[in-house]
Design a protein around this ligand. Structure first.
Ligand SMILES: *Cc1c(COP(=O)(O)O)cnc(C)c1O
Length: 228
């Protein structure tokens, strides 16, 4: 049987080890537990072990989980999946963070639909760092324009950048993509004081991501086990 508390403790140790290995890493690296497709009971176990930030990819699934776990007052939900325009209202009013904004139309809708009586929605732009045609994400050359648009949205708070590099066994290619993200992030954070989050690194590449300055890694498999 899978032991969530043990897995979390191993990942947290791995974060510390990766940070200690490099001088360029961020001062803190937070852990987003990616619970997509996993049952509520495993999320509750992770919560009991001290985990507070959870990420999901599918709109209906996150809405259901938010409702079922509404008794956990200090749990923080992050939406990290592709966004369809007709689903923005559900996202805008059920999560604290969204990592996958990649076009103005989506940002505009989220801004209009976010309840004005709550805190602004924390937003990271998803960057298509490997330039893959099929991938979602704004292109590197369009980041500045989209960031400016979001910064002007009253109900959104521009927090940073997110990327999923092309799947490859070539560690140098992954490293290069993360370094490119670090450069983009440094530029953006100089321009906007609210920008403090570089969301990159998953179960298989978190060490490289942390070495390249990631401030938030998104880990599923290493915590909750393989998905079907
Ligand atoms: C599924 C997913 C993750 C977690 O991936 P693992 O390899 O299971 O750690 C992280 N980020 C995004 C955007 C995902 O869709």
């Amino acid at each position: 049987m899978i032991n969530i508390a043990d897995n979390l403790s191993l990942v947290n140790k791995q974060i510390i080890a990766a940070r200690n290995k490099t001088t360029s890493s961020a001062s803190t690296v937070s852990l987003l537990a990616v619970s997509k497709t996993k049952p509520i009971s495993l999320i509750q176990q992770a919560y009991a072990a001290g985990q507070r930030h959870f990420g999901e990819n599918y709109v209906q699934e996150i809405v259901d989980k938010v409702q079922q776990l509404s008794d956990l007052a200090d749990i923080t939900w992050h939406f990290i999946g592709p966004i369809q325009a007709n689903k923005t209202k559900l996202i805008a009013n059920n999560v604290a963070w969204i990592h996958s904004v990649d076009r103005e139309k989506i940002a505009k809708r989220l801004n209009e639909q976010r309840d004005i009586n709550t805190t602004p929605l924390n937003v990271c732009l998803q960057v298509n760092i490997s330039g893959e045609q099929s991938k979602s994400g704004v292109s590197v050359t369009e980041v500045a324009k989209l960031a400016e648009f979001i910064d002007n949205c009253e109900n959104l708070c521009l927090r940073g950048l997110m990327a999923i590099p092309q799947k490859t066994s070539d560690k140098t290619a992954t490293h290069n993509s993360f370094r490119q993200m670090q450069t983009l992030f440094n530029q953006l954070s100089h321009q906007y004081p609210s920008v403090d989050t570089l969301s990159m690194g998953m179960s298989n590449d978190m060490d490289i991501a942390i070495e390249c300055g990631s401030t938030m890694i998104r880990v599923g498999t290493a915590i909750f086990g393989a998905r079907e």
